[in-house]
Design a protein around this ligand. Sequence first.
Ligand SMILES: Nc1ccn([C@@H]2O[C@H](COP(=O)(O)O)[C@@H](O)[C@H]2O)c(=O)n1
Ligand SMILES: C[C@@]1(CO)OP(=O)(O)OP(=O)(O)OC[C@H]1O
Length: 161
Amino acid sequence: MSAPFKIGTGYDIHRFAPGRRLVLGGVEIPSDEGLDGHSDADCLTHALADAVLGALGLPDIGHFFPNDDPDIEGIDSQKILQKSVQEADRRGYKVGNVDLAIIAEKPKLAPHIDSMKAVLAESLEIEPDCVGLKATTNEKIGDLGRAMGIAAHAVCLLIKK
Ligand SMILES: Nc1ccn([C@@H]2O[C@H](COP(=O)(O)O)[C@@H](O)[C@H]2O)c(=O)n1
Ligand SMILES: C[C@@]1(CO)OP(=O)(O)OP(=O)(O)OC[C@H]1O
């Protein structure tokens, strides 16, 4: 018999690069620089998709969306997240809730939290109050503290339908 609940975790980090857009949780955030990547470099959404896939015991997003595939250059990471939710659905699971943390020395993300939650909730096919999301700085410690990039952690609970 399959498990009534499954839990997964995810982590991702991308470095800042000039001339790039900053996209987090599917929301474009005003910033003097964005994150580097083959995709839209949305590290929050990548961590979350990996948490969903991890709960299913599946390989990470790079398995489904290889970073040397020219066809997905600049891909909207919501498509990656939606694919992970489809994989859960195919196996008889829906997302229960997720909890997410962004580590970013800059920019200030508090004004964008509700927008990110709304976009992610839609991709996850859940209500926004089932999406926990917070931002913290790294207190100027280490490479994240020097604002070399942004990192994100995610936890996801899947429920058997
Ligand atoms: N990029 C960020 C980082 C933090 N915040 C908000 O500021 C609060 C204090 O940050 P600490 O690193 O001192 O914990 C934090 O609780 C967030 O509300 C932010 O908006 N954007
Ligand atoms: C989704 C992918 C596709 O290239 O996005 P990237 O922007 O390369 O980001 P990363 O989190 O380094 O790896 C995941 C990749 O599979």
